[in-house]
Design a protein around this ligand. Structure first.
Ligand code: SF4
Length: 80
């Protein structure tokens, strides 16, 4: 299981999560609207959750229903 970055990150891109992730699996690009967690690399430690100022990060199986599409969105960033 991975953690997922969802809707509140869009336009925020605070990046505090990137600084605490022990496996450096949170990435973005200049033209992307948000950060993404690589589901293949995430070790589900949860360290990123509390650092997020907009509460955008959830365990994959606890993503609010309205934001479940972000599970695929996070994965697709790394699949090209
Ligand atoms: Fe990184 Fe841990 Fe957050 Fe996964 S849960 S993205 S490993 S800080």
């Amino acid at each position: 299981m991975s953690y997922i970055i969802s809707q509140p990150c869009i336009g925020e891109k605070n990046s505090s999560c990137v600084e605490v992730c022990p496996v450096d699996c949170i990435h973005t690009s200049d033209d992307a609207e948000q950060y993404f967690i690589d589901p293949e690399e995430c070790i589900s430690c949860g360290a990123c959750v509390d650092t997020c100022p907009v509460d955008a990060i959830f365990p994959e199986d606890e993503v609010p229903e309205k934001w479940t599409k972000f599970v695929a969105i996070n994965a697709s960033f790394f699949n090209g």
